[in-house]
Design a protein around this ligand. Structure first.
Ligand SMILES: Nc1ncnc2c1ncn2[C@@H]1O[C@H](COP(=O)(O)OP(=O)(O)OP(=O)(O)O)[C@@H](O)[C@H]1O
Ligand SMILES: [Mg+2]
Length: 522
C-alpha cells in the first residue's frame, strides 16, 4: 500500500517530550506520541468503498493483510509516529480539565487528489490521556460510529468519516447501564478520517493553563492549514477565524435539525473546529418529533443536549471558545459581535431550512407562524419525523378533498387514536392554511415533491436499526451492517425494495436499551 504522507500536526506543533505511555498532565504541548496496542486476533468487518476511494486505496489494498494490520493498530505505517492529541473540555456545562485522545490515536496525515486527510483509530489502546479508562472501544459502539458517520456524509451533513470497522479479537469489560452489571464484549476499532480532528477543547486547554503562546501556535497552525483564505495571523484574522468557526458550527446544527439527528454529548471536546459532526457516541435519531428528546441516559435528568436545545448549546460552546481565544485578540467586541450575530443568523437559516422541508420557497410574513404551528402540532401526539416530512411531499395543492389531507401523513402517527377532537381540528386547520400558502408558490406539485425529497430523507439510521445490526454482529453475522450501509448511501432515493426500513419504529424498540436508551459507556 502507498501512502502519500504529508504530516503537519506532529511536524509543526510542539510535542510532549515524554515518550513513555503513562497517564499524565501534558503541558505546553499539542500531542503525545502513542503507539496503538497490538491486538489478539484482528479481523476486518467492513470497509467503506467511498472513503477508500477518496483516499486512493484500491479494493485489493483494502483486502490486504497490510490494510488489516494498519487499521487495527497492529502495524505502524513506515516513516510515521502515531500520536494522541491533548485537549480539554466543558462536560455537561462544567470545566473538566485535561481530557485528550484517551482512546483515539492519530496514525498520520495523507494527501490524495488535492485533499488532505488525517487518519485516526478509535479504540486502539491507552494513551497518556486515558485517565482511569482502558483506551478501548466495543463492537456495539463501533458499529454505531461506523454506520452513522458514513450515513451522515451521504445525507449531506458535515461530518468526520469512517474508513473501516474491525474486530480486535480482544474482550473488553463494559457496564452498559452503569448499574454494576459489567460484562465482556467484543473489542473493535474504527478508523476515522477527517481533514482534522481538532476540537474546541484543543484551544481551551491552553487558555485554562494560561499558556497563550502555545495556543497562538495552534491557532496560527489552524489558520494556515484550514482557513488559508483569511490571510496572515493578526487580531483581525483571529476574529475572522472565530466567525468562520461560528458559521461552520451553525451550518452543521441546521443540518442536524433538518435530519433529526441528536448528538447526545455536545461537550466542547466533542465540537470540531471545522464544524464537522464528531464523536458518534450516545447519539440518536428522532422518531417521534420531540424538541425535548435526548437519547443519552446520562443526560436524562436535565436533558441539556435534547434535540430542541442543540442550537443553544452550539452557541454556549462558542462562548467557551471565545473566552479561550480572547487573549489573542484582547478585545471583547469582535467576539461578541459574532456571538450576537449567531442567533439572528441561525433563525434565518433555520427558517429557510424548515420552509424547504415543507416545500416553500417564496417569502411570506406568515411563514414563521405556519412553521411554529407545525412544530407544535407534530408534538401533540407522537409523530414520526422522517415519515411525516417525506410523505408530506405527496400533498396536492389544488385538491378539494380536505379529508384526504391528513391521510397523506397518517402513517407517521404512532397512536392514530389520539388524532381526534382538538388534535384533529388543529391538523385540519394547519393543512388548510398550508394549502392556501402553497398557492403562492409557482412550482408544480411534481417539482415541489422533487425538491422536498432532496432535503427530507426517506431512510435514516433509526436507533433500532443500528441495534438490530449490533445484535446480529454479536452473533458473528455482518450481513445487516452491509445492508444498512448500502441503504444509507441513498437516503433520499426511493429504493422501493427497501420500504421495510421506511416505517415507524417497531413497538418492541420503544424502551429497549440501545434503541431509545444509550449511555456513554462505549
Ligand atoms: N474507553 C476509554 N478509554 C480511555 N479514555 C476514554 C475512553 N472512553 C472515553 N475516553 C475519554 O474520555 C473523554 C470523553 O469521552 P467521549 O465519550 O466524549 O469521547 P470518545 O467517545 O472516547 O471519543 P471521540 O470524542 O474521540 O469520538 C475523552 O477524553 C475520551 O478520550
Ligand atoms: Mg468525545
Amino acid at each position: 500500500m502507498k501512502f502519500n504522507i504529508q504530516e503537519t500536526f506532529n511536524k509543526e506543533l510542539p510535542a510532549d517530550p515524554i515518550m513513555e505511555n503513562s497517564r499524565r498532565q501534558v503541558e505546553k504541548a499539542c500531542f503525545s506520541y502513542a503507539t496503538p496496542k497490538q491486538t489478539a486476533n484482528p479481523s476486518m468487518v467492513h470497509v467503506s468503498p467511498e472513503m477508500a476511494n477518496e483516499l486512493g486505496f484500491s479494493k485489493e489494498d483494502t483486502q490486504s493483510e497490510e490494510f488489516l494490520k494498519i487499521f487495527t493498530g497492529n502495524k505502524v505505517i513506515d516513516g510515521t509516529t502515531p500520536y494522541a492529541m491533548c485537549y480539554g473540555g466543558h462536560q455537561f456545562g462544567n470545566w473538566a480539565g485535561q481530557l485528550g485522545d484517551g482512546r483515539a490515536i492519530n496514525l498520520t496525515e495523507i494527501e490524495h487528489n488535492g485533499k488532505h486527510w488525517a487518519l485516526q483509530l478509535k479504540g486502539a489502546g491507552e494513551t497518556p490521556y486515558s485517565r482511569t479508562a482502558d483506551g478501548l472501544a466495543v463492537l456495539r459502539s463501533s458499529i454505531r460510529e461506523y454506520l452513522c458517520s458514513e450515513a451522515m456524509y451521504h445525507l449531506g451533513v458535515p461530518t468526520t468519516r469512517a474508513l473501516s470497522l474491525a474486530l480486535t479479537g480482544d474482550q473488553v469489560l463494559r457496564d452498559v447501564l452503569y448499574n454494576g452489571n459489567a460484562a465482556y464484549e467484543k473489542g473493535a476499532v474504527v478508523s476515522r478520517i477527517a481533514p482534522s480532528f481538532l476540537r474546541f477543547g484543543n484551544y481551551q486547554i491552553f487558555a485554562a493553563r494560561e499558556d497563550t503562546a502555545t495556543m497562538r501556535t495552534l491557532v496560527d497552525y489552524t489558520l494556515k492549514h484550514f482557513f488559508p483564505e483569511l490571510g496572515e495571523p493578526s487580531k483581525e484574522t483571529y476574529a475572522q477565524f472565530f466567525q468562520a468557526v461560528a458559521d461552520a458550527t451553525l451550518e452543521m446544527l441546521v443540518h442536524w435539525q433538518r435530519v433529526g439527528f441528536v448528538h447526545g454529548v455536545m461537550n466542547t471536546d466533542n465540537l470540531s473546529i471545522l464544524g464537522l459532526t464528531i464523536d458518534y457516541g450516545p447519539y440518536g435519531w428522532l422518531e417521534g418529533y420531540d424538541h425535548g428528546w435526548t437519547p443519552n441516559t446520562t443526560d436524562r435528568q436535565h436533558s441539556r443536549y435534547r434535540y430542541g436545545n442543540q442550537p443553544n448549546i452550539g452557541l454556549w460552546n462558542l462562548y467557551q471558545l471565545a473566552n479561550a481565544i480572547f487573549p489573542l485578540i484582547e478585545e471583547a467586541e469582535p467576539l461578541e459581535n459574532v456571538l450576537e450575530g449567531f442567533k439572528t443568523k441561525f433563525e434565518e437559516k433555520y427558517l429557510d431550512m424548515m420552509k424547504s422541508k415543507i416545500g416553500l420557497y417564496e417569502k411570506d410574513d406568515l411563514d414563521q407562524q405556519l412553521l411554529n404551528d407545525l412544530e407544535e402540532n407534530l408534538q401533540l401526539t407522537e409523530t414520526d419525523m422522517t415519515l411525516f416530512f417525506r410523505n408530506l411531499a405527496e400533498f396536492e395543492k389544488d385538491s378539494n378533498d380536505v379529508d384526504s389531507f391528513l391521510k397523506i401523513v397518517e402513517d407517521a402517527f404512532y397512536t392514530p387514536d389520539e388524532v381526534t377532537g382538538e388534535v384533529l381540528d388543529k391538523w385540519t386547520l394547519w393543512f388548510t392554511t398550508y394549502q392556501t400558502r402553497l398557492k403562492k408558490e409557482t412550482l408544480s406539485d411534481a417539482d415541489r415533491k422533487e425538491k422536498m425529497n432532496k432535503v427530507n430523507p426517506k431512510y435514516v439510521l433509526r436507533n433500532y436499526m443500528a441495534q438490530l445490526a449490533i445484535d446480529e454482529a454479536d452473533k458473528g453475522d455482518y450481513a445487516l451492517i452491509d445492508e444498512l450501509f448500502v441503504l444509507l448511501k441513498k437516503p433520499y432515493g426511493e429504493q422501493p425494495e427497501n420500504e421495510k426500513w421506511f416505517a415507524k419504529r417497531p413497538d418492541w424498540a420503544r424502551n429497549k436499551v440501545g434503541c431509545s436508551m444509550l449511555s456513554c459507556s462505549s
